[in-house]
Design a protein around this ligand. Structure first.
Ligand code: HEM
Length: 165
């Protein structure tokens, strides 16, 4: 048991040394990102309708990013069910990723920003797939999920990027 904890601590320390990511950077990123999300015309209404307590959400998101970015094992939630019934599709996920990239590049040094972005893109792809399945869509590999029942969320005319096969 101690071996597992020691090994985990070693992995966390290695990632911290390679990327410069630590708890303080994760907190700055999470707080800055969700401050932008709450004011965002596309994402703000979705989050403000579904997040009952922002302090709890931010605390969970810091633990989530600690687990994802540092492999710390500190997050024990299940993100997929929380997204499956949200009124979102590929356009919202692309918008989320553009906002996350812009904040990550503002708040983090380049190696850390890349580390977060690589993981965010992979998780967003999985969440989008889960949302598609829960809406009864059958996607072929690389296909994005567009929900025809949702109004186009972007006033700036962005369309969803096709994923590489
Ligand atoms: C279309 C984009 C997204 C929207 C609109 C969205 C919205 C939300 C909302 C409203 C919640 C709270 C749900 C609740 O507490 O019942 C939530 C939770 C969560 N989101 Fe997202 N999300 C999006 C994308 C992402 C992405 C790309 C990630 C990860 C990279 C992510 C990670 C999480 C996690 C981990 C939770 C659960 C936190 C917990 O355990 O309480 N979300 N999201």
């Amino acid at each position: 048991m101690e071996d597992v904890a020691e090994r985990r601590a070693q992995i966390v320390a290695e990632i911290m040394a390679a990327t410069g990511i630590d708890d303080a950077m994760i907190a700055r990123l999470v707080d800055a990102f969700y401050a932008r999300v709450r004011e965002d015309a596309v994402l703000g209404p979705v989050f403000n309708t579904h997040v009952a307590d922002w302090d709890i959400h931010l605390a969970q998101m810091r633990l989530f990013w600690s687990s994802v970015a540092l492999m710390s094992g500190r997050y024990h939630g299940r993100p997929m069910p929380k997204h499956m019934n949200l009124p979102v599709d590929a356009r919202h996920f692309d918008h989320w990723l553009r906002l996350f990239e812009s904040v990550a590049r503002e708040v983090c040094p380049p190696a850390a920003a890349e580390h977060f972005l690589e993981r965010a893109r992979r998780i967003a792809e999985n969440l989008e797939y889960g949302v598609a399945v829960s809406n009864g869509a059958e996607l072929v590999r690389g296909e994005r999920f567009i929900n025809p029942h949702l109004p186009s969320p972007d006033a700036d005319g962005h369309t969803a990027q096709q994923l590489p096969c």
